[in-house]
Design a protein around this ligand. Structure first.
Ligand SMILES: Nc1ncnc2c1ncn2[C@@H]1O[C@H](COP(=O)(O)OP(=O)(O)OP(=O)(O)O)[C@@H](O)[C@H]1O
Ligand SMILES: [Mg+2]
Length: 226
């Protein structure tokens, strides 16, 4: 597993302090991040691949400073957005998945094979030639997952990846996170998704207020909400 370190990380948007003195070492395979709306989860998640840079402190992935090694980090850390429209870059479903592979200079035949396999795996094969923007919300989310996972990043950071999915697809994604060998960091409000994770971190008003095994951390969070 990689070692992701938050060292004294704080961040403000204008006057509003969104993260305050966050120190974390993330090296478990499956880590969940939970907290109320606006608590700073997405901001924290985005720092892992450099989408947001901390005002103070440092985020490193395997000792590489995320702010300085953007290119290396983006290859290593795949990011799945809450809103899949943010990451659809190509006109058709198939082209969108193939795009992540094309950048890596693979042979066209290899790209076609891997793309077809990814579409099949995410139940999108029948939509291969369709315009990506016409997919349903849940299908777009599956496309976003397919497009990131096909590139085989070492770390996957997913910000509410199952929010738009129906129960069956949400279960499929939960199963995928369970089976895959990569490290996954998942921000979610769907607490049951995290029950068998290795570690769950609770954020409240920009601070880590619990960091424990899922049963303990989920209880702490439920207490906070009550
Ligand atoms: N680009 C931005 N510009 C200004 N303020 C922002 C920006 N992004 C986030 N914020 C503010 O930072 C705070 C934390 O936002 P963040 O998106 O990290 O919360 P979150 O924990 O992911 O919430 P949710 O569960 O609703 O997704 C919020 O008050 C939000 O309004
Ligand atoms: Mg968020």
């Amino acid at each position: 597993m990689s070692r992701i370190v938050f060292d004294g990380v704080s961040h403000s948007f204008g006057e509003r302090r969104v993260l305050a003195d966050v120190d974390l070492v993330l090296s478990e395979r499956r880590i969940g991040i939970i907290g109320a709306n606006g608590s700073g989860k997405s901001t924290l998640a985005r720092m892992i691949n450099g989408l947001v840079a901390p005002d103070t402190g440092r985020v490193t992935v395997d000792d590489a400073d995320v702010a300085r090694k953007a290119k290396e980090i983006r290859r290593k850390v795949g990011f799945i957005f809450t809103n899949p429209d943010n990451q659809i870059v190509m006109p058709t479903v198939q082209e969108d998945v193939a795009f992540s592979l094309r950048r890596r200079g693979l042979a066209p035949a290899e790209i076609a094979l891997r793309t077809a396999a990814a579409l099949e795996r995410f139940g999108l094969a029948a939509h291969a030639e369709h315009p990506a923007h016409r997919l349903s919300g849940g299908q777009k989310q599956l496309l976003a997952l397919a497009a990131v996972l096909v590139g085989e990043p070492q770390i996957i950071v997913a910000d509410e990846p199952t929010t738009l999915l129906d129960a069956r697809n949400a279960r499929e994604i939960a199963g995928l996170f369970r089976e895959m060998t990569q490290q996954v960091i998942v921000v979610t409000h769907q607490l049951e998704l995290l029950e068998d994770f290795d570690r769950v971190i609770v954020i409240d008003e920009g601070r880590v207020v619990a960091d424990d095994a899922p049963s303990v951390a989920l209880d702490a969070y439920r207490g906070l909400l009550a």
